[in-house]
Design a protein around this ligand. Structure first.
Ligand SMILES: [Zn+2]
Length: 399
């Protein structure tokens, strides 16, 4: 079982060995009369033996017992605690870190470091209130230390998990200048607040949050999408279309995301021609399959299936995709039926069978940061927890 945890133990063992050797050497230099036949403690070799026999739990326990907590070994204790947490044994990590905090001799900097690790243990265990209390105390007492930023990020992460969007925003404000990438997350917190306000029928409050979101991150597509929905709720369809028309400048990849809203706005405004012209413009910029299929359906219902085949066939040949092919096969099958043939074309049926099978279970969205895939769009990646990194999949497999 030579896994990452075991490698970690080996590193820890080396650190312990170094620490023990160092202390022995220091002791020898203090007392030169002492014979120097023994370099390391017996426990160290027992621990190493466990390690070599692939018994990491026993090895770790032996190493911990072998070590007094002092300025030479405190880092090793912290590392071992972290190792337990990464192995899914956060309760053991808590006891190691709490044991360290009980030592009065720790320096302020080390004390803060251990508190941060303990807060991480509590987060892993799901004890969020204790983690929050610990982090707030840590932040109050360590304004200028290097731990201030990681402690604040962890607190923000906790507040996000609790869906305390305003709390996360207030905590992050001092970081905006120094760490501009937090602004993207903050824009999404404002969108979350706007959606809550919309649920409570406070449209004016929602609009204020969305305006703030766009100030924080002008590329926040989500804010424009919610603003367009608010306009449509008030039957302001032209204004909704104007909002959606800004999306290509914000992020081209989200054109398929805004397509349902765009279609609704035009159709409620009874302006099918406007939708067709808008789709034509978008396809010139980004020939995504969803846009081509939407345009194909407009032509299909107005001019018939054969005109739709001609138009979509040409567009899809410039930007081929599996879903586009599947749509084209649907059109061919309908054309075949409309020609008055009673039996379906078996070649088309076979092709349809294959494209359906290839499309089945294929995700439509992917996180650009960690690769997480899903069918529906999520604004925060559930795996890497980044905001706005999940986008429609582009290319033959997607759009
Ligand atoms: Zn991700």
């Amino acid at each position: 079982m030579l896994d990452i945890a075991l490698l970690g133990v080996i590193f820890a063992a080396i650190a312990i060995g170094y620490g023990l050797g160092f202390r022995q050497a220091a002791r020898r230099s203090r007392d030169r009369a002492t014979p120097t036949h023994s370099g390391l403690s017996r426990d160290y070799f027992v621990g190493l033996n466990y390690l070599l026999n692939e018994q990491p739990d026993e090895a770790i326990n032996t190493f911990i017992n072998a070590l007094d907590v002092n300025s030479d070994t405190v880092e090793t204790h912290i590392t071992l605690g972290t190792l337990f947490r990464s192995r899914g044994e956060a309760d053991k990590a808590v006891s190691i870190h709490q044991n360290l905090l009980a030592r009065p001799a720790l320096s302020d900097a080390t004390n803060a470091k251990v508190q941060l690790e303990l807060a991480r243990d509590f987060v892993t265990l799901g004890v969020h209130d204790r983690a929050q209390r610990l982090l707030r105390t840590l932040l109050e007492q360590n304004h200028d230390s290097e731990l201030h930023y990681p402690a604040k990020r962890l607190l923000i992460d906790l507040l996000e998990r609790e869906k305390d969007w305003q709390g996360a925003f207030d905590t992050a404000i001092p970081l905006f200048k120094q760490f501009p990438n937090i602004r993207r997350a903050a824009a999404h917190w404002q969108c979350e607040l706007a959606e809550t306000a919309t649920d409570n029928a406070s449209r004016a409050v929602a609009k204020r949050h969305l305006k703030k979101a766009l100030q924080l991150d002008p590329h926040c597509v989500r804010a424009n999408l919610i603003l367009a929905e608010l306009e449509m709720d008030n039957a302001h369809y032209t204004r909704a279309i104007e909002r959606l028309a800004r999306v290509p400048d914000q992020d081209n990849a989200h054109l398929p995301t805004m397509l349902p809203a765009l279609k609704r706005a035009y159709l409620r405004n009874d302006d099918e021609d406007g939708l067709e012209a808008h789709l034509q413009r978008l396809i010139k910029v980004a020939p995504y399959t969803s846009l081509i299929i939407e345009l194909g359906e407009l032509i299909h219902h107005r001019d018939g299936v054969d005109t739709a085949i001609e138009m979509t066939g040409e567009l899809l040949s410039q930007a081929p995709s599996l879903r586009g092919l599947n749509y084209l096969v649907d059109l061919y099958m309908e054309s075949h039926r409309l020609q008055g043939r009673n039996t379906p074309d078996t070649r088309l049926l076979l092709l349809k069978y294959h494209t359906d099978a290839l499309l089945q279970g294929r995700p439509r969205h992917r996180c650009l940061r960690c690769g997480f895939t899903s069918d529906a769009l999520q604004w925060q990646c559930p795996t890497c927890r980044y905001w706005g990194t999940i986008k429609p999949i582009i290319g033959v497999e997607g759009e």
